[in-house]
Design a protein around this ligand. Structure first.
Ligand SMILES: *Cc1c(COP(=O)(O)O)cnc(C)c1O
Length: 456
């Protein structure tokens, strides 16, 4: 007899994971190393330390330690908003009339409104421990900048955020939340950095991009004493911190003898998806269990489904190390009508390798379908989802409807990464019928691919 499953499965504080899990340790084919863009040789710790906090640089290079202790101070901060609930979507199941059992891990229960706080607090902690004065970063939609500003105020660190200009203008409230937590916010590209000036000269009137804001933040960090650069996604260290999501999920599911058949997550740079699936993929890699894993990305920014697996620049200014990843090329700029996040041109090198090795599949979905799924979900489950998260909702619903046809009682797990209160312009466009879908043609993708570095 299996136990009755409650609507929400909460863990007790003492059941929370005390270590992060480094899936790289169990990968036979390790993700390719970051390369120095000048020499094309693997980045050393000494080189990475100029840009990143030392302990984080060590985590970035560590392909072998399976479990890494979560420092006490970070655990204590986690306790303010974690464990996050694992929710059985009974109402959605009923509405869909599916025999599938749907679960979602909800990461939106903190002021920043997303999972990004899990890594922000870790990165701020290591910066403080190193005796730094502050950190710099970029933010696109604004969730990362918000999370980092909360984390920095907790540890009394300066926080300098370069915010992609179009979101700076479209999302003034995001900006004000960051300033409430004491961060300084600069629209990017700006005249404050050499790379910003150069980009403005070449593209006057540009509304910016993530890749460009990254270049500015890196320059600001490396030219200011006592500062380092931090990043909210893509890097292996970020994926490591986000495994707290998957580890909690696994503990909660094990308590009730639940085993997911399908695990779904949205994929921008890959941090929430990587964090959710890591413990499950670990079992797959060790041959202990099998799961179907699906990454969901926007059809307008399809790095996994249409990208190339190649070394690429991580930023427009080409100041960052080269990473091997599924990428559309650092010169790729998603269509302006694409509303919800997930706009980065590349994908975490860990996820890229897992995908290339067949441990994970990928699907791309169009934005009107994503917002329709978001609305359907909000109306029965109550939570107003972030557009990014809604990519996962869309595919979870698709899979549940397949089960309705076949009568299969599959267990579906997806990551609900955050809430969408700051995305109401996008919702408004959807409601007014002014939102359109845009799928780039091969021709549209060509300039991005042409911008890939020559590697011989
Ligand atoms: C940033 C963000 C994402 C995408 O980032 P990943 O690194 O791919 O997880 C997804 N959902 C929300 C709510 C976000 O803020």
């Amino acid at each position: 007899m299996s136990k009755e499953i409650p609507y929400k499965i909460y863990l007790e504080e003492h059941e929370m994971p005390k270590q992060w899990y480094n899936v790289r340790a169990d990968m036979k084919n390790k993700p390719a190393p970051l390369l120095n863009p000048g020499t094309k040789q693997p980045m050393t710790l000494e080189e990475l330390e100029h840009v990143f906090c030392t302990e984080l640089a060590k985590q970035e290079l560590d392909d072998t330690t399976p479990y890494i202790d979560i420092p006490e101070e970070i655990l204590n901060f986690y306790k303010m908003y974690r464990p996050s609930p694992l929710v059985r979507a009974y109402c959605l199941e009923k509405k869909l009339g599916t025999p599938a059992k749907i679960y979602y891990k909800f990461e939106g229960n903190n002021t920043s409104g997303s999972h990004k706080l899990n890594s922000a607090i870790a990165q701020a902690y290591y910066a403080k421990k190193q005796g730094l004065k502050g950190v710099t970063t970029e933010t696109g939609a604004g969730q990362w900048g918000t999370a980092l500003s909360m984390a920095c105020s907790y540890f009394d660190l300066d926080c300098k955020v370069y915010m992609v200009k179009c979101s700076y203008e479209q999302k003034p409230f995001r900006r004000e939340v960051m300033r409430t937590y004491g961060a300084s916010v600069t629209p990017s590209p700006s005249m404050e950095t050499e790379v910003g000036k150069k980009i403005l000269l070449e593209h006057p009137g540009t509304t910016g991009s993530l890749g460009c804001a990254i270049s500015e933040a890196v320059e600001a960090a490396t030219t200011t004493e006592g500062y380092r650069y931090v990043l909210g996604s893509v890097l292996s260290q970020v994926l490591l911190h986000q495994t707290v999501i998957g580890l909690e999920t696994k503990i909660a599911m094990d308590k009730y003898d639940i085993k997911p058949d399908i695990i779904i997550g949205c994929a921008g740079g890959g941090s929430n998806l990587g964090g959710l699936i890591s413990p499950f993929v670990g079992e797959k890699l060790r041959g202990e269990n099998d799961y179907q894993i699906i990454a969901v990305e926007p059809a307008s920014c399809p790095s996994l489904t249409r990208g190339k697996y190649a070394y690429d620049f991580c930023d427009t200014g080409k100041v960052c190390p080269l990473a091997k990843m599924y990428t559309l090329g650092s010169g790729f700029i998603p269509s302006a009508n694409h509303a919800g996040g997930l706009r980065y041109h590349g994908m975490s090198s860990v996820l890229s390798q897992l995908y290339d090795d067949g441990y994970m599949e990928a699907r791309s979905v169009e934005q009107t379908a994503v917002f329709a799924a978001a609305e359907q979900f909000a109306r029965v489950e109550g939570i107003l989802p972030a557009p990014e998260s809604s990519h996962a909702i869309k595919v979870a619903i698709d899979e549940a409807l397949k089960c309705k046809e076949t009568g299969e009682e599959k267990t579906i797990l997806f990551g609900l990464t955050g809430t969408g209160y700051f995305d109401m312009y996008a919702y408004e466009n959807f409601h007014n019928g002014t939102m359109s879908d845009y799928i780039p043609t091969d021709e549209d993708l060509k300039p991005g691919f042409d911008s890939l570095p020559k590697m011989d």
